[in-house]
Design a binder for this molecule. Structure first.
Ligand code: SF4
Ligand code: MSK
Length: 656
């Protein structure tokens, strides 16, 4: 592995690229096998410094225009666009793309739900009727004494507004704490419908339209909120209704989940429909027999990335690794098929899969890859696709060539903490509530909460920033909620066991031991960040921690982010009132007016704010300082008094 450095080439140790032992082992093997991965490409291709600062614009053919990062106000684009306009427009388009990805995913789930409710699809059913009722009630649909089908039809009609509504407020605005909603209304950023918001944002960032960075940012917030409280939230809730709401389950994570003597199938992507269907295919007796006839002991289904995180949380399907391990795992030569759908699928997988004769199978009509095999997945006949994937995998197993090398590493942990389960776990089955969590924050055992989420990125040492940050946070009594590739990073580091409570500070470990939970709670995939929003709303509604999400001792981070979805997620957390810090890089020049708006101005308007540092220890310090600032504002900085807070006191505190 070689790194370009001013003309000379320097050899890089794989241990500098990742702390994941399994990935490191496979990168060594890739080197021996002459196989290139994204780690190699990131080393040989420096990030473009002008693009990294967002100092260029290619929105029209008078450009592309390149401004200077060192002297951002020194010149303007051919049309006269300033650095603030250019940066705000580029940022807005990242939000639009990220929000579009999540909302399109959510809309696909809603399409499936409609077809199931109307009886046009029978391969899937409504699995969680309790969740159906509670989601319906949360947006004001009457459920008492009604048929499930009628409730479901009403829910479909209501949730469709999340996407198609042209005026008014999206349905899940009803879940937002009153004061937070008031802030949005005052700023004119309550989302109408996701399609409208994304369309308007793309329009406003066209050449010669919105040329005030503050006004562009308003629409960025509105669009991002239509993702977090809209598209993503619908995706999560409908997936729970159709496939079941996650509850804690013990799962093995890491490449050791692959089995040399079985047909190994990896599913990687984001929408659960295909994964759910392949789960039933691998349990089909005729296919199991076919695998045995081919000499295998069975069929081993394993997830990766976000659909993997979702299936791990919901059904306990083993998980082999996060985004930066998807090429590396193919190097084991043990993968008999990698089946993908949408988002975060590197095009580079085609070449690596080819080297090991592994079928790389695309399944979604929206995501073909040149050189991959496409077997279209259709909700109306899901098994046609997924049975065929299994058949191809069996055939590859039969014809496996060359030695197999599977890193013998597995990390067992507890996953599947939906916000409903947190409610139940803390409050009990009869009186499920957030009261104990709020009480423990009020009495200081728990200092606050942090959402640590997002991708891995070859520009930083894989998993290292996630793991160091989370260790620092729990050591300081901050309860950590996780999703996506970050959750998998921490699972591989062994933090998903109740025993990991010994790494937490005295207050948090006391709570973990009492409840029997790990200090880090995994909530699923990247659309499941909506679960963190719902949990935050519940904390506000419970009382004692202020009246809006911005009042909570809560912070968020995406320490190794890479995707545009992460920017949309960051913006909806900020607009919801959360201090959100990103690592790796931040696509804005420090000191510009747009930078000041995102990093200071939004907070002054009653929202959260952005932060940036690539250093996990600095990140933890900033997050803890913010949590302490919020504790102080709530009058909770008077030491760790072990007081019991009754309802009356809590109401008084909230009113203060
Ligand atoms: Fe240049 Fe303005 Fe065209 Fe952008 S919109 S490419 S800044 S002329
Ligand atoms: S898969 S968006 S790398 S979390 Fe959701 Fe992981 Fe980030 Fe993709």
């Amino acid at each position: 592995m070689e790194k370009e450095e001013t003309g000379s080439k320097k050899t890089v140790n794989v241990r500098d690229l990742t702390i994941c032992d399994a990935t490191a082992q496979m990168l060594e093997k890739a080197k021996r096998d002459g196989v290139e991965t994204a780690f190699d490409r990131a080393l040989s291709m420096k990030a473009c410094p002008i693009g990294a600062d967002s100092a260029c614009c290619k929105h029209c053919a008078m450009g592309p225009c390149r401004l200077s990062s060192k002297d951002p106000y020194g010149k303007v684009g051919v049309c006269g666009a300033t650095i603030d306009t250019i940066q705000a427009r580029n940022f807005a388009r990242m939000v639009a793309s990220g929000a579009a990805a999540h909302t399109d995913h959510g809309m696909a789930m809603l399409d499936l739900f409609r077809e199931v409710v109307n009886g046009n699809i029978t391969d899937y059913q409504i699995k969680d009727t309790e969740k159906l009722e509670s989601v319906a009630q949360s947006i004001g649909i009457e459920t008492e004494g009604r048929e499930m089908k009628d409730i479901a039809l009403d829910l479909y009609k209501e949730l469709e507004r999340t996407y198609t509504q042209v005026d008014g407020e999206i349905p899940f605005a009803a879940r937002v704490p009153e004061k937070t909603l008031e802030t949005w209304r005052k700023a004119g950023i309550v989302p109408r419908g996701a399609m409208r918001e994304i369309m308007e944002l793309m329009h406003r960032t066209h050449m010669g339209v919105d040329q005030h960075y503050e006004n562009i940012t308003k629409q960025s917030s509105r669009t991002a909120l239509s993702d977090g409280w809209g598209g993503s939230m619908v995706a999560t809730e409908i997936s729970d209704i159709l496939y079941g709401t996650p509850s804690p389950v013990s799962v093995n994570v890491n490449m050791g989940c692959l089995k040399e003597d079985q047909v190994n199938i990896i599913v990687h992507g984001h929408e659960p429909n295909m994964f759910e269907s392949i789960l039933s295919s691998v349990n089909e007796p005729t296919l199991i027999q076919a695998a045995k006839d081919a000499g295998a002991k069975g069929i081993n289904l394993v997830g990766m990335c976000c659909s993997g995180a979702e299936m791990m949380s919901r059904h306990g399907v083993p998980h082999a690794g996060n985004f930066m391990s998807t090429e590396a795992i193919l190097v084991t030569n043990a993968v008999d098929a990698m089946c993908v759908d949408i988002q975060c699928i590197k095009q580079g997988l085609v070449k690596v899969a080819d080297c090991y004769n592994t079928p790389l199978i695309t399944t979604n009509t929206r995501a073909h890859i040149e050189g991959a095999t496409h077997i279209e997945f259709k909700d109306h006949d899901p098994r046609a696709c997924t049975d065929e994937v299994v058949i191809r995998a069996i055939s590859r197993f039969k014809n496996r060539k060359g030695p197999v090398e599977i890193p013998k590493i597995q990390n067992i942990g507890i996953h599947g903490f939906s916000h409903e389960y947190i409610n139940y776990m803390l409050g009990g089955s009869f009186r499920g509530s957030y009261t104990p969590l709020n009480d423990n924050i009020i009495n200081g055992r728990i200092r606050g909460a942090a959402g640590v989420v997002g991708c891995t990125n070859p520009r930083v040492k894989q998993d290292w920033v996630h793991v160091e940050l989370v260790k620092e946070l729990i050591k300081n009594d901050v309860l950590v909620l996780q999703t996506g590739c970050s959750q998998v990073a921490l699972a591989k580091a062994g933090l998903y066991t109740p025993e990991a409570a010994c790494l937490a500070g005295p207050g948090l470990s006391e709570v973990c031991e009492a409840v029997g939970m790990p200090p880090v709670l995994g909530m699923g995939s990247c659309v499941d960040n909506s679960r963190i929003l719902v949990a935050a709303s519940q904390m506000v509604k419970e009382g004692g921690l202020g009246n809006s999400i911005a009042d909570l001792p809560l912070a968020g981070a995406a320490p190794e982010w890479m995707s545009e979805k992460a920017i949309s997620i960051g913006q909806y957390f900020v607009a919801s009132g959360v201090y959100t810090i990103f690592g790796v890089t931040f696509p804005i020049i420090e000191g510009t007016k747009f930078h000041k708006l995102l990093f200071e101005g939004l907070e002054q308007q009653g929202f959260g704010k952005w932060g940036f540092t690539a250093d996990p220890y600095e990140m933890a310090k900033l997050m803890i300082a913010h949590i302490d600032k919020k504790r102080k504002a709530l009058g909770l900085d008077k030491g760790k008094e072990r007081v019991l807070v009754d309802m009356a006191t809590r109401r008084e505190m909230s009113a203060a």
